[in-house]
Design a protein around this ligand. Sequence first.
Ligand code: F0G
Length: 435
Amino acid sequence: MRAELICFEEDCRARFPITEVIYNCPKCGGLLEAAYAVPAKPADEWKALWRERRMSNAPLDQSGVWRYREFIPFLDDYSGVVTLREGCTPLLDAPEAARYGGLDGLTFKHQGFNPTGSFKDNGMTCGTAQALRLGMHRVACVSTGNTSASMAAYASAAGLQPIIFIPHGNISYGKLAQALEYGARTLQVEANFDQILALVRQLADRLGIYLLNSINPFRIEGQKTIMAEMLDQRDWHEPDWVVLPGGNLGNTSAFGKGLRELCRMGLIRKLPRLAVIQAEGAAPFYDLLRAEDRSALRAVGDPHTLATAIKIGDPVSWPKALHEVITSGGVVERVTEQEIADAKAVIGRCGIGCEPASAATLAGIRKLTKSGLIRADADVVAVLTGNLLKDPDYIYRYHTGQLDSPDGSRIESTFGNRPVVVPNQPDRIAELLAE
Ligand code: F0G
């Protein structure tokens, strides 16, 4: 099975060996993607093979990424793959969230159940495998937190040195703590995500460090399997909509590519529509979709949102993401801080929970059903990208009425749930609980 890197730009499409250490097209600077000639096989055979592997105890088969290895065939040899049993994340029905979102029913694909608590693990097992194959010793990324936590874990498990660059004071402690515990060299830079990405790209070339940001095409391959697993769990019935938060837009690119390829392989018959939701203070992709001229994205110089995971003003993967949204007949919506906070509390009350960026999905769904773009009876899967425990500070503040927007305005704790201090007196406590 021949794998190659191909420039994503329509009028370039230059091809390079799969083992070349490049992140952008050396000819035109465009984004790169992995491409394959997948051997023709009846769809039912792929379905049966992948389903059968769920019964296996082999590490590769237990991984929700490598179980679908024929769908991401960029390696010649799987002996060096490091898996922490990523993927294998549940589909959860959430009736209360559905009602809040204006839908008859809603299913969450919860990527927060991953080993480091976010969807980044799906991509990182692939990025790390490629780093090992290329003989790299050090890997680096800039991150709003989850990528760094994931890269730190996978690199350390693989015997590589992880080096992470994060915006000083702008990531949650939960995520920073993970990176430290997993042994990453951690550099907190006094700049925002977009500025640090430019810096790290320079340093990676100069120091021979392998870059594992989502610009890395192999991470995108791993993230494609989120769609394969979701469809496998639904016995290959396509939903009408897949809703996801948008930051650097790697996931949007991955989901779109994955769904198109599954369609080409005959595993599904129609493309679900992608709905990408951004935070109002960091919504350059939303603006792009509404611009007359879509040939260049206008970066937001000073992005702001409490959903720090998606606090990105200049998303690198926008050309791919734009293609995927248009191809799928999708939409881009934006939501306020208050809308994210309330939607997050509702997801919590379903007994599910997630981090702030993930809750943008439900907030977006609520808006899109109100405007009539998504019908109440639509079949919708929303992807919760990160675990509730990633950002406990945000949660405590929301429930105790102390959460402020980046502009200083107070966020109302519409669904607040304050802890109560009580004396050590059974009668008093019984009285309180009788209320
Ligand atoms: N949700 C969470 C929890 C994230 O961590 C991210 C991205 C996104 C959504 C947006 O995904 O970038 O593919 O559009 N976090 C990156 C990081 C940027 O560094 O951890 P995207």
